[in-house]
Design a protein around this ligand. Structure first.
Ligand code: DX5
Ligand code: ZN
Length: 223
């Protein structure tokens, strides 16, 4: 399923010093940017103008996670802005196949996210349209929440479906990922890990990334 990636979430970074905060995660694979609209989730973060500016200054590729209503309308602009990867929530999308195609045709990888209670099975036929499946391991909306172990069977089933499909799809997990939980998620088959508080709450965020990656690589099932 491809190599293991650690994508720190800047939701736990200092929003007034984002450029300096990006410089503290040089060992990361990508920067996870959480966009929240206070409708899909009960929290509000940043929107396209700020994300465009982060895209201009970041040395690392950007991985946007759109926790917004009507992604069909708003998500393609994030792909047009040059982001490496744009993830929408399937619960909010009206036409996920068309949206995934729009994202890809604008040059971004297309990601689709599932809330903890959203089953993966109804969406397995969509896998060829996607580059990444994001399984939320907390209810989206806030950093610093506890990892939900009830999502592990879904990660296992999704990983088996991805393996069975033969597609080069990444399986991302987001929420409560730390040195205490990353091995469980990796063992279940996730290979892209978002971590906010575990990275930015550490004294040395770059070292925290390296440590998380090595834990995930050791716990990952043999290919
Ligand atoms: C939550 C966001 C996450 C969040 C993760 O809704 O999607 O990306 O920043 O934060 P931690 O790692 O602290 O759970
Ligand atoms: Zn996120």
């Amino acid at each position: 399923m491809g190599k293991c990636c650690i994508n720190p979430s800047i939701l736990s970074a200092d929003f007034v010093n984002l450029e300096a905060e990006l410089a503290r995660i040089g060992t990361a694979d990508a920067v996870h940017v959480d966009v929240m609209d206070n409708h899909f989730v009960p929290n509000l973060t940043i929107g396209l103008p700020v994300v465009q500016r982060i895209q201009e200054v970041s040395r690392l590729p950007l991985d946007a996670h759109l926790m917004i209503e009507d992604p069909d309308r708003w998500a393609p602009a994030y792909a047009e802005a040059g982001l490496a990867s744009v993830t929408f929530h399937v619960e909010a999308a009206t036409a996920p196949v068309k949206l995934a195609r729009d994202l890809r045709s604008n040059g971004a990888k297309a990601g689709m996210a599932l809330r903890p209670a959203t089953p993966v099975e109804p969406y397995l036929d969509l896998l060829p349209e996607l580059d990444m499946l994001l399984i939320m391991t907390v209810e989206p909306g806030f950093g610093g929440q506890k990892f939900l172990d009830i999502t592990l069977p879904k990660i296992r089933r999704a990983a088996a479906a991805v393996r069975g499909s033969g597609l080069p799809l990444a399986l991302q997990v987001d929420g409560g990922i730390s040195a205490e939980t990353i091995e469980r998620a990796a063992e279940a088959g996730a290979n892209v890990f978002v971590a906010g508080s575990a990275v930015y709450g550490a004294e040395d965020p770059a070292e925290a990334v390296t440590k998380l990656r090595s834990l995930a690589e050791t716990a990952a099932p043999a290919p």
